[in-house]
Design a protein around this ligand. Structure first.
Ligand code: GNR
Ligand code: NI
Length: 173
């Protein structure tokens, strides 16, 4: 197991539409392990492959926040939204690729997702609450979209400029 580096916004890899996973391989299982470890280490509740520089349609997530509750690590290949509720929900979102910036984003409150598991089997499940927010945030990543793309241009530019500055400072350090 290896922790992978999380790519910071702005970066062209975070704006790319990712390719479907064609077949489950050992490499892909290794990537899933590494992504889960990287997510828990961060810590975060989700991570998409492009955030670690792999432009494939794979996400991991675990939105169980209570320390007492059992973890529920999930790996989703080629996830698709097959149903979204009319009801919307606002959640204050963050992103491991945009550290220390948070903003309210409105999305469908419930979604039904279809995906392939690491065993290659098709799965389908309804998500709500934080899980629904997270899975939509992760699928956005696979389509080159960040939560700041849901904000107005002024807020988005302000965050992007601060991130450019952060990256310049990191590059000099
Ligand atoms: O860790 C994360 N927390 C979070 C909080 C609210 C809405 C979405 C998220 S996902 C984020 C991890 C991340 O950047 N995944 O792509
Ligand atoms: Ni994110």
């Amino acid at each position: 197991m290896t922790l992978r580096n999380i790519i910071l916004h702005p970066d062209p890899r975070l704006k790319t539409i990712c390719k479907p996973v064609a077949a489950v391989s050992d490499d892909l299982r290794r990537l899933a392990d590494d992504m889960l470890a990287t997510m828990y280490d961060a810590p975060g509740i989700g991570l998409a492959a492009p955030q670690v520089g792999v432009l494939s349609r794979m996400i991991v997530m675990d939105c169980i926040k209570e320390d007492a509750a059992a973890a529920r690590p999930m790996v989703l290949l080629n996830p698709e939204i097959v149903w979204s509720s009319e009801e919307l929900n606002v959640y204050e979102e963050g992103c491991l690729s945009i550290p220390d910036h948070f903003a309210d984003v409105e999305r469908p409150a419930q979604v039904t997702i279809r995906w392939l598991g690491l065993d290659g089997k098709p799965e389908e499940e309804r998500f709500d609450g934080l899980w629904a927010t997270c899975v939509q945030h992760e699928i956005d990543h696979l389509n080159g979209r960040l939560f700041i793309d849901h904000l107005g241009p002024i807020k988005r530019q302000m965050i992007t400029r601060k991130m450019e500055k952060l990256k310049r400072e990191k590059a000099r350090a």
